[in-house]
Design a protein around this ligand. Structure first.
Ligand SMILES: Nc1nc2c(ncn2[C@@H]2O[C@H](COP(=O)(O)OP(=O)(O)OP(=O)(O)O)[C@@H](O)[C@H]2O)c(=O)[nH]1
Ligand SMILES: [Mg+2]
Length: 294
């Protein structure tokens, strides 16, 4: 993959803002995309939130498979981090999410009470861009208090959202990894829409995504784009195959590859191709380079 300048200027500011606000909150709720939990785990968070009460929400779990979600929850539990799966776009999530926060904060609340303080529980919602932080907050609040969008960088500054007299959530801008040498994880961030498409070569990314999906879920992929075959072994061949599947052919027989690439990314991100995770706990994705792992 080409080298991309993916760390927009506002990220450094966002990181400082997180640092400055840690002391105001009782717990950190880290939202990750269930399709790529490793790529979503910005190492900066490990440093920033080291001594904080913390829980992981495996969000967009509707876009992964039930068995993979379970494996990831077990994986995080083994590391001593509580994790739950959630679908933040699902109206029924509120009860589970509030229960999760109350369970996580129960000990803190008890300590406050012992001291005779009836204090509001405050949770900071963090994660890389586009994983659904603002959607999570809006569903819990029951109203669209935080701005949401199907692209990264929608939330630009912090925002407190009051849920009840005893619970407040803080929405924060998505924070990307400062530096990411692992090409596989970088690809995953691009696929799930956490890196702005305008700094990416969308045709290359969409082609690489199709190659990965051909490996992970060939039947579903070929059901959606009927002219794709498992013999196609380059990103370009894959995109050409999508053009032919959908009839994206311009005058003179030229294939409209850019249109095909954008449609593939849109359909993948909306969960229209398959419900499957890109990463599994045993993948060893931190080891070696992309070439060695492929
Ligand atoms: N399928 C599915 N889509 C979701 C889920 N949660 C959020 N989304 C979608 O993901 C996109 C991003 O949601 P946001 O809430 O804006 O994400 P964010 O983390 O606040 O993003 P930034 O503010 O840009 O960092 C939107 O199109 C949401 O509708 C989910 O559980 N499942
Ligand atoms: Mg947001």
């Amino acid at each position: 993959m080409q080298t991309i300048n993916w760390y927009p200027g506002h990220m450094a500011k966002a990181k400082r803002m997180l640092e400055d606000n840690i002391k105001l909150v009782d717990m950190i709720i880290e939202i990750v995309d269930a399709r790529a939990p490793l790529a979503c785990r910005n190492p900066d968070f490990e440093v920033l939130f080291k001594n904080k009460l913390r829980v992981i929400v495996l969000n967009k779990s509707d876009l992964s498979s039930k068995s993979q979600n379970k494996e990831w929850i077990t994986y995080f539990k083994q590391q001593g981090i509580m994790a739950v799966e959630l679908i933040s776009t699902n109206p029924g999530m509120r009860k589970n999410a509030v229960a999760l926060i109350e369970r996580t904060g129960a000990e803190t609340v008890r300590k406050y009470r012992e001291k005779g303080i009836n204090k509001t529980l405050r949770a900071m919602i963090v994660g890389i861009p586009n994983v659904g932080k603002s959607t999570f907050i809006n569903r819990i609040a029951g109203t669209a208090k935080a701005q949401v969008g199907d692209r990264p960088g929608v939330t630009r500054s912090k925002q407190w959202v009051k849920i009840t007299d005893f619970l407040e959530l803080m929405d924060t801008p998505g924070l990307l990894w400062g530096k990411l040498d692992n090409e596989i994880l970088a690809k995953h961030l691009a696929y799930i829409g956490s890196i702005r498409d305008d700094v990416l070569d969308v045709e290359e990314i969409a082609g690489l995504l199709l190659l990965d999906l051909m490996r992970l879920c060939p039947e579903q992929l070929m059901a959606r784009y009927k002219k794709l075959t498992s013999e196609m072994d380059t990103p370009e061949a894959m995109i050409d195959g999508v053009c032919r599947s959908r009839g994206f052919i311009l005058s003179g027989g030229v294939l409209d590859t850019e249109r095909a690439a954008r449609i593939v990314l849109d359909e993948y991100r909306a969960g229209k191709i398959a419900s499957i995770a890109l990463e599994n706990p045993n993948d060893n994705l931190y080891m070696g380079t992309a070439d060695e792992n492929d």
